[in-house]
Write a new protein. Structure first.
Lengths: 285, 606, 606, 285
């Protein structure tokens, strides 16, 4: 049995009141609920305030470059299919710099859970607009004095449209619900996105906790997660009402299955077969 | 033609420790005879196919070969060539004079007939303009029933050279393994028609040196040798984004992936390719990527990541002519400084620069060993010429060189069960013990199965936690840089050959080795005394030893396929020795012995 | 304290042509008095705000200043500092000894009290632990009504230093321009309370040198100076992806974008940032990007594109401590070789390395001139220290230096109406005439409005068409490389100062200039004779001239903020002169005059 | 009046029978129909067989890097809003290497027309799978001997879901229709995507001309291009029936309008106002 203490506790570099604390705690809770031991899990992170999260718990960790967590996670997963891999990073990291890898991860459907701390801002670099910053709510930053010019990127909608098999939205104000989402995402076999609405108390004066609290509601149990059109319609909702929960969940062919050698477990444990190699060499004679 | 007997002798000196990475000439004595066939035509006429098959037939027959390919950045049309030079003794470089010019179209005749040797002859389709040179006009279309003209040409050439038809057919069939039976049949028929037709002609043919009698060899190009070297080193993960001239490494690996339990993945871009390889390497799979200049430019940030997180990874950069898109299918040595200084921040690295196809195999193995020994990126710098050039290569013994440990083991003391493992433990040589996430106890005896592993891109403390402690920073900078010594212990030293106390010493690196060695030999034959020095590894180096060698020489000339003399600059930076004389070629073609000798003569050095 | 009178003399020699890029000291004579205030606390306590305001007050009062900031990669908490050193005469470097330590939290006292000067005093909030040093415990919370503690501290410091309260209030109000009235009021009140409280204390205070009387100056940090320099050069397009320590250039430019008719766009990544700038520059807008090491790594491919397509673009790389994420908010000079060799393939480039804030302005202008003159990328290499360091800077005359032609004009003969324009015409100096797409006749008299313009990344013929003609390749490589001479004509030469025939010559580049010059001055004061030589441009260089200078010196020491001595290596590569003695700092902090002198003493050179 | 001769004719490096020829010709026709003079148009291309297309007509051209045509086009457009900018490149270039720029271009809505020669393959590098290669039709390449593992990227569907204002699909077998699409895309003010089904005779043995010909049909005039759900549903069709035409066309706020200085025309013609700059300098005193 795993307990929350197994995941340790650390001093953080976050601001008091930041939504990241709730996510950190919830992630630990979810892992305990799944009875996963720290060494069975590999966190992969990019760079940003969010991306520091896995430093604040005990588990295997690879903290790489801004925007590049997903390819690292993909490589790790294809090298060791026994690892439970969780990617944690910010909206800027994942939907900005790393956009191309998100497209590819969705297409690949590799078994990785992606948790995005979506605070609608580039926080660590002091508050520029991110792809999820909304134009209409007058998101005004030093770098965008007249508001964000570009359209708003709705990650839930985009992921569904691009064919992702598991797409959910959580909120730091609904931690039990969030914990369930994370558990289901980790348990899902394939690529799973949980976009997490996370208030940033330092740089986002618009989408504050209260703003979300008033708007967020849990998706009704009637919603058919296999109905793509319904999922898309629901995902289109933003503003007055913000749905939380699992929008879409379907079975998709697993990417790892296509690599026969992964049936034999981690690549590191597989030895080089010299006889076969000698046979290959002969082909070139 | 050229006496190459002394081209690859062991260099006996304790200054530059000589280690054989090429063994072609040690098994086959050199002769002064070589013969050169150039096949020219459009992309899509199948000339690379018959060039490859011809290469293989020649090797099976007992010849030593060097082929070289030129082609354009397009799929059909344009003007491509496939040249095979062969000899009963070892050949190491392409040459300019053509003994048989196989012209699959008219343009080929006009472009190349001036390069015909004294005995040279053109083999051309009857329907094409035949030029003024001695030629054999073959009714290829008729003989091929309008289909596999290239196989007819192959048959004609095989017959001229005196290669047994059985042998040729065998190779052709091997090559077509998996193709529809009808296709195989029709090709075999065309080949036979070629042989038959030639046998019915009565005319004097060029004199072709006979093969030598020796052990079976492999016919490999540089990229295939890298792929095989990587497999022999225990490669388990390869990611790539297609880019000429690196793509055929991926193609070769994919071909063997299932047999060798290898994961090969085409990435969404080069950034992903290297980041994936880093992730896989972190998780324990010996990993490699390959690309060319522009793709490597995109990998720069992840190179720095591999260094900071201390992840072993092998990176192949097959150079082509830049800047930017440049000439995507042409050769160059323009990215030495670029790769040497790639990635922001400071960290050790190694740059291997194979001079032959055989060296591609051995140095790839070496690259994995080095990466694993010091935990960081190791580069293999090749180019289009070498990537596409077929050589005959002695069979590789797979026992002598141990494969890289697929499963990392701690080089330090196993930690006490309760103690947290320190992924960035500060050690004397800078290398920290390494565990694999999730596999700690299964891989490394003495560790608890619950140990945790961290890889991190920040400045970090020993446990991999982000630090802002500037004294830790200093310690970690020094820890990483100390690993340079681990690489220095493993340096593949420069090789040299040619006359002792030579008047002129030709210095080179990478794929120009064969041409430079042969140029030195030609000079010696012309009554000048000449020697050559080749660097199969350009970084790190032993400046003092190199300086001594350079200072001992009367005249030093650096031969490079770039316009600014990058390696000469590096040598000056490291050794203080300034090589003022350069032979530089930067038009997209490989240097030949002839062009080196010509340039030296023009500069009064030859 | 330190005599800096000789710190920035004109160097009279035709070897190294001296051109003033810094004029601080020519207007204000040096004195030996300086005073150093360090404000320390957590991120979020507003210490950078009052540091900036204090800097501005000091400059308005008539002082010369140099500030330096340290901060962590976080938004709240941790330990940050803002130091301002000021003097009636010119100061150029930060210093270690603290005269007033303003401690906004307890940690600040324990971390810094050992650096207090003899007369040093700690200003600390009454509620914090006050340490053992002389201190002034201020009831800040009470005085600030629990709100703007930082403004109280500012008031107290202002009063100690003897800065007029009116002046202080004026700067504070300017700073808060646009804030809610209530916020302004409350801050002004806190400031007043600080002044009032101190005036009521009766204790001896540190002796502060009085200001000098002189013309108004600007208070600028390096990034602001770059932004203003770019505007003065005619910048019209700026694209960026946020990255410390470069982001404040964007912030400054955005602030003035509307007034200056400037397009500033936040890109989706650094690859896009530079490609956008290239697109804008191709279409005629003088363009710039800025980033730091990791972001620049991603720009590498587009650097090569700018070179191949021959597009003028200015690229600022504000260095921080690598490799990889490293220490994102700390200073370093670790990317010199990386930037110098960035981009695949071979092409000319220029690397400017300003030594002061004033040089940031002038060299940015210069960078645009160079880029426009030779049609290619020009780099400005700075670092976190300089980016964030405020200096007093004499007003810039905007008439003396012509702004870059916003609208390109042909430098060659206008083509006949009917003739196709050749975007890559081969010319004597390699620079082709340049037209703007769609604006040919409007910009360039004599051209038809229907002329077409091509930018291309391949090897191309003069008309920009993709070529596979290898003789054209050769011509084009040479054409591009000939442009090096165009850059060489514009070299900003090294500057030197200090004693003639000095025993020790300190060589440096970039932001260490002030510290190195002061260190030389300190050595001179200590009875050693010392001189310094600073490179505001590290590429291209005039090797012969530099070598002469270096050879004439008795001992040469290279001072750099990296661990491998990159500039010393470059000097050896180019001049053959090997600087063996190094002062290297690589812990993330800037060198100070003290640390240089200390290191030299330890190495027996000082 | 512009004639087709004004756009010149060139030798190409394409294979005989390639779909690119039809696209080249149709682009010229469309420009003539729009009465655009060559100097009014700027083509921007990436790298690939498709990306060579603008070299084969007379117009202003910037041919940059593989995957990076869109940011160059964005920069050029923001420097000179008088230029008609057309980006031409392949599926690999645009949906593979350049994926992140596609996301950003759609969000920005800068006035650029994107023509994608979608041959479902990386042709110039000799036939690897591209994001649009379809898994199910057994796309087998040297680099993907067991078929493309990743899911199929449907660019039309993705662009609509991501909020693009003009999304269309053409086919080289319907050149008049394609010409109309291109004309409408160029005339549209904002970002317009025309994905063009282009058979590659050298590397794509599956999606051949006849395969398309049998499946493609023109979208009925009943289709409401402003109805997002309808557009998405239509875009979901692939395989037995492949719709051609305009899927979506709505008005979106123009990106260029947000930059006041662009109202004054090309930046190159605007001089630096020294007085204003002096005023700015004063702020730093
Ligand atoms: C290649 C690169 N570009 C830019 C940066 C600078 N950078 C660090 S964090 C960050 C933004 C982080 O935003 P987000 O991912 O939303 O995380 P948050 O801080 O908001 O949690 C940026 C741009 C970097 N580290 N690397
Ligand atoms: C950075 C970089 N990576 C890879 C390449 C090699 N490359 C050239 S074209 C191409 C693929 C082209 O595919 P696509 O865009 O679909 O065009 P097509 O040839 O199919 O028309 C690739 C991968 C390159 N030029 N630059
Ligand atoms: S800046 Fe925002 S996201 Fe970052 S720690 Fe502070 S509140 Fe959280
Ligand atoms: S390879 Fe395919 S896309 Fe390229 S020119 Fe040939 S047929 Fe067209
Ligand atoms: Mg964020
Ligand atoms: Mg394609």
């Amino acid at each position: 049995m795993t307990s929350i203490e197994d995941y340790g506790s650390f001093k953080t570099a976050w601001c008091p009141g930041c939504g990241n604390f709730a996510i950190l705690k919830t992630v630990k809770k979810a892992l305990v609920a799944l009875d996963l031991r720290p060494h069975q899990v590999l966190f992969v992170a990019g760079i940003g305030q969010a991306a520091k999260a896995p430093h604040y718990l005990k588990a295997n960790l690879f903290n790489g470059l801004h925007g590049r967590a997903l390819p690292v996670a993909t490589g790790a997963r294809l090298a060791n299919p026994e690892l439970k891999i969780i990617v944690q990073s910010g909206d800027g990291c994942t939907y900005g710099e790393g956009g191309n890898h998100l497209l590819a991860a969705i297409r690949r459907n590799v078994d990785v859970t992606l948790l995005v701390h979506n605070n609608h801002v580039y926080a660590l670099t002091k508050g520029q607009a991110s792809p999820t910053s909304t134009r209409d709510d007058g998101f005004v930053k030093k770098a965008q004095p007249e508001g964000a010019f570009s359209g708003h990127f709705n990650p839930v909608e985009a992921a569904i449209a691009l064919g992702a098999g598991f797409v959910a939205r959580g909120f730091t104000g609904e931690v039990d619900h969030l914990s369930e989402l994370i558990q289901k995402a980790v348990a899902y076999s394939g690529f799973a996105l949980v976009d997490i609405l996370q208030p940033c108390v330092s740089f986002n004066e618009v989408d504050i906790f209260q703003w979300y609290k008033e708007r967020c509601y849990l998706i009704s149990s009637e919603h058919d997660v296999t109905d793509r059109a319904a999922a898309l319609e629901l995902a289109g909702q933003w503003g007055e009402r913000i749905p939380l929960g699992i929008f879409r969940r379907i079975e998709r062919p697993s990417f790892e299955d296509r690599f026969h050698c992964l049936n034999n477990g981690p690549l590191a444990l597989q030895t080089v077969e010299k006889l076969k190699l000698e046979g290959i060499m002969k082909l070139y004679e | 033609m050229i006496n190459l007997t002394n081209a690859f002798p062991r260099y006996e000196s304790d200054e530059i420790v000589w280690r054989a990475v090429s063994s072609k000439e040690s098994e086959t004595p050199m002769t002064d005879e070589s013969f050169n066939i150039l096949i020219g035509g459009e992309a899509g006429q199948g000339l690379a196919t018959i060039g490859h098959i011809l290469s293989k037939i020649l090797v099976r027959a007992g010849y030593s070969i060097v082929s070289s390919q030129t082609y354009e950045s397009r799929i059909r049309g344009g003007h491509n060539t496939f040249a095979v030079r062969f000899s009963p003794g070892a050949v190491h470089a392409p040459t300019e004079a053509i003994d048989i010019l196989v012209a699959l179209n008219e343009e080929t005749v006009s472009l190349h007939e001036e390069s015909l040797s004294l005995q040279g002859v053109v083999v051309v389709n009857q329907s094409e303009r035949e030029g003024n040179s001695p030629h054999i006009a073959v009714p290829m279309k008729d003989l091929a029933d309008g289909r596999h003209i290239n196989s007819v040409a192959l048959g004609v050439v095989g017959a001229i050279v005196g290669l047994e038809e059985d042998l040729a057919r065998g190779v052709l069939k091997d090559y077509l393994d998996g193709a529809a039976e009808e296709v195989v049949k029709s090709n075999v028929k065309s080949l036979r028609e070629g042989y038959r037709w030639l046998s019915e002609q009565s005319r004097t043919l060029p004199r072709v040196p006979g093969p030598s009698d020796r052990e079976r060899r492999l016919t490999l190009n540089g990229n295939e040798a890298i792929a095989l070297g990587a497999l022999a080193a225990g490669l388990k993960f390869y990611s790539f984004y297609p880019m000429s001239p690196s793509t055929s490494i991926a193609v070769a690996l994919i071909h063997h992936a299932q047999a060798m339990n290898l994961v090969v993945e085409q990435a969404e871009d080069e950034i992903a390719a290297l980041n994936m390889a880093i992730g896989a390497a972190f998780a324990g799979a010996p990993s490699m990527v390959a690309t060319s200049g522009g793709g490597f430019a995109l990998m720069n940030e992840a190179v720095s990541l591999a260094a900071a997180a201390e992840i072993p990874v092998v990176i192949v950069v097959a150079q082509r002519a830049g800047p930017a898109t440049g000439l995507p299918t042409r050769t160059a040595q323009g990215d030495l400084e670029f790769v040497l200084h790639s990635g922001h921040g400071e960290f050790p690295r190694a740059l291997l620069t194979p001079g032959t196809v055989e060296e591609c195999f051995h140095l790839t193995r070496k690259a994995f060993e080095m990466a694993q020994a010091y935990h960081g990126p190791v580069f293999l710098l090749t180019d289009q010429f070498l990537a596409d050039s077929y050589h005959d290569v002695p069979r590789f013994g797979l026992d002598d060189v141990p494969t890289v440990r697929t499963c990392a083991e701690s080089e330090g003391e196993p930690g006490e069960s309760g103690e947290a493992f320190l992924s960035y433990k500060v050690t004397e040589n800078g290398v920290s013990p390494r565990l694999l996430p999730g596999l700690t106890s299964r891989c490394s005896a003495g560790y608890s199965s619950e140990q945790l592993v961290v890889g991190d891109s920040h400045e970090h403390s020993e446990d991999g936690q982000i630090t802002e402690d500037l004294s830790v920073r200093k310690v970690m900078v020094e820890k990483r840089l100390r690993k340079t010594e681990v690489l220095k212990e493993r340096i593949v030293p420069p090789q040299r050959g040619g006359d002792d106390n030579a008047e002129v010493l030709l210095v080179c690196w990478g794929s120009t080795k064969g041409a430079v060695a042969e140029a030195a030999s030609v000079l010696s034959g012309n009554g000048r005394s000449a020697a050559w020095m080749h660097f199969p590894q350009v970084w790190p180096m032993n400046p003092a030893k190199i300086r001594k060698q350079l200072e001992a020489a009367k005249n030093v000339v650096c031969v490079e396929e770039n316009a600014t003399g990058q390696f000469a600059r590096l040598l000056r930076r490291e050794t203080g020795f300034h090589i003022e004389d350069r032979v530089l070629r930067y038009d997209g073609l490989p240097v030949t012995p002839e062009c080196i000798v010509r340039e030296l003569a023009e500069n009064g050095k030859g």
